[in-house]
Design a protein around this ligand. Structure first.
Ligand SMILES: Nc1ncnc2c1ncn2[C@@H]1O[C@H](COP(=O)(O)OP(=O)(O)OP(=O)(O)O)[C@@H](O)[C@H]1O
Ligand SMILES: [Mg+2]
Length: 349
């Protein structure tokens, strides 16, 4: 059997399993994103309304009024280990796999990007779950996937600002070990809560939820000078529409993550050989949904200027950067070599 023929029924997957959203790309060109949430009807009425046992992703969010929403990757790793929680993760993974449109007889091999801090137990659990739907699976840390997708594997630092965590990784030409990665727990979700609190303090009459605050953040986020000047937003107060300006609260909240980032980037910088630290400063990569904060790349570069000339690059597509790296790795390297890269299941010939 020729190698080309053998590849016909091989379906390769690159998956980025995140707290707030999961992205998947395949060797057949599929590129899909789903919110990492599963919704279960609260009662029999909900079952009737939904017409199925559960809904995944945007559908679950749209119907949240009568569903119990569960986030299987709260904080980026499997939160609790009860059977119910495992089922939630399983339902998400099943759904993501269906997006890949596998055909009968496909041999499925997936590279799964997971948060840098995932424990050994989390990895094993995820691999066991992946084994139910794939022939071969490899778990790799998410910041490494981002770097691999950009072909930057040496003398670089990746800052991945997600919902649950900010993961910072030093790239030294090999798989980053625990000492090369730092996880900060004040990330996107934290900013949502902080923005809600600051807006509520400034305008006590308005009705706010974390979801509303998150939406305002995603629409208008910036650090430094407001690119839009005064930012007016519509709220509801006592049921009536009101308009308030929010630029001061947004700036304050978005800038609150910068000191932590600088402190930890410089800590990782010091772990490189002094002879390459200049090169590392030229290779700082900003990824994850938080990389969309306007002006953040410049602010980080400015604050690192005392260490040397710094260049901070934002990934082109914050939603797919890690999945792109994962599918690239899967396609570059036949699954038979994956065991050299990290923990995997399946024993491909
Ligand atoms: N334009 C924006 N400005 C600021 N933050 C944004 C913007 N767009 C998305 N975000 C935030 O980015 C976060 C989601 O990023 P991402 O999809 O990288 O996270 P994740 O991979 O699901 O989480 P994690 O990596 O922690 O598991 C959310 O907190 C979201 O509100
Ligand atoms: Mg992420």
């Amino acid at each position: 059997m020729s190698a080309a023929h053998k590849n016909d029924n091989q379906l390769l997957l690159g998956i980025d399993l995140g707290t707030s959203r999961t992205a998947i790309m395949t060797s057949r060109g599929t590129r899909e994103m789903v919110r990492s949430v599963v919704g279960y009807p609260k009662d029999l009425i909900g079952v009737k309304l939904l017409g199925k046992p559960y809904a995944v992703g945007q559908e679950a969010l749209d119907k949240h009024s009568y569903l119990d929403l569960r986030y299987p990757l709260g904080e980026g790793v499997l939160k609790e280990l009860s059977d119910r929680d495992l089922d939630v993760a399983r339902h998400l993974i099943d759904y993501v796999l269906q997006l890949a449109q596998p055909e009968d007889g496909d041999e499925i091999a997936g590279v799964i990007g997971i948060p840098a801090r995932a424990s050994a137990a989390d990895k094993t659990l995820l691999l066991n779950m992946a084994q139910e739907v794939m022939d071969t699976a490899l778990v790799v840390s998410e910041p490494f996937m981002v770097a691999y997708g950009l072909d930057i594997l040496l003398n670089a630092i990746v800052i991945d600002i997600g919902a649950g965590t900010i993961d910072i990784a030093a790239l030294k030409g090999m798989m980053p070990g625990p000492e090369d990665q730092i996880t900060l727990h004040k990330a996107g979700d934290y900013l949502d809560g902080k923005l809600k609190a600051e807006l509520q303090e400034a305008y006590p009459d308005i009705q706010l939820t974390n979801l509303i605050a998150s939406h305002i953040k995603e629409q208008h986020s910036f650090v430094g000078d407001s690119p839009a000047g005064i930012i007016n937003v519509n709220f509801r107060a006592d049921g009536r529409p009101v308009v308030y300006s929010v630029q001061d609260q947004i700036r304050n909240v978005c800038e609150s993550i910068v000191p932590d980032i600088i402190e930890n980037v410089t800590a990782l910088l010091r772990t490189f050989d002094p002879s390459v630290q200049d090169a590392v400063l030229q290779n700082i990569i900003l990824a994850g949904g938080g990389s969309l904060i306007h002006g953040l790349d410049e602010m980080i570069a400015d604050q690192l200027a005392e260490y040397g000339d710094t260049r901070v690059v934002k990934v082109a597509d914050a939603n797919f950067a890690a999945a792109e790296g994962a599918i690239k790795l899967a396609m570059d390297l036949p699954p038979m070599y994956w065991n050299q890269l990290g923990e995997m299941i399946g024993a491909p010939e």
